[in-house]
Design a protein around this ligand. Sequence first.
Ligand code: DGT
Ligand code: MG
Ligand code: MG
Ligand code: MG
Ligand code: MG
Length: 261
Amino acid sequence: MAKSSYEYVRQFEADDTCLHNCWIVVRLDGRSFHRFVEQHNFTKPNDDRALQLMNKCAQTVMLELKDITIAYGQSDEYSFVFNKKTHWFKRRASKFMSHVVSQFAASYVFYWKDYFSDQPLLYPPGFDGRVILYPSNQNLMDYLKWRQADCHINNLYNTVFWALVHQGGLTKAQAQERLRGTLSSDKNEILFSEFNINYNNEPLMYRKGTILVWQKVNEIATKQINSEKEVKQTPSKVTSLHCDIIGQQFWKEHPEILDDS
Ligand code: DGT
Ligand code: MG
Ligand code: MG
Ligand code: MG
Ligand code: MG
């Protein structure tokens, strides 16, 4: 087909190919969720419905899009790690980010009523996205550990903050003042001595966030791909974990996550 005289405008498109041999991470985060959670009456500090909905949306992203090896979510954010060898959409950053964020946001609205049966969705939520490249396995692991450490710090703070307000009768300003300058050990101590809460017994999903990985299904399915060749393939499903990923054990138990072959 002959090129039109308008074709040159394509040259204005920026090249956003992600550097080869790097892990591609897309992190999304709910836009102004401090307002969204108030308007939709999320329970404080953690709303199980909301966290399960986030996990459902992330599972949908993993199943619909190609080459995601692990995802990690907490609060109103989710990170998706694409295999470093992926050639999906010629590794164009804008394609990765827009597909992940739009699939996630559409899923959030689509599945809302399955999790919030008594709470109507009052306005369309939005999510921002960013793409980050990590050139080494260590960098990638440290990224995921950083997000889990963030989950831990925020959740410990929020747990004691809302205990002081809901059970301790403090105003939000007083609770904030009470916690100013406290260490983790102080917060654990307040929870234990004043509210009889052992932080380590709080639900794992709140404390550790959610890790989504592919799990091989036990039975080996035999799939006919063409008349001559039969290939044994092990089907996988997305499974959710709420374990520690900061220590080495998780990475030793799941070598396939960093396996780029
Ligand atoms: P942004 O991301 O800059 O557009 O602004 P926000 O307001 O989304 O701020 P961000 O992402 O730093 O903080 C997440 C907000 O969502 C924070 O206000 C806590 C809230 N949130 C997340 N999950 C829950 C939950 O399960 N329950 C409650 N009550 N709040 C939650
Ligand atoms: Mg933010
Ligand atoms: Mg947010
Ligand atoms: Mg956030
Ligand atoms: Mg198209």
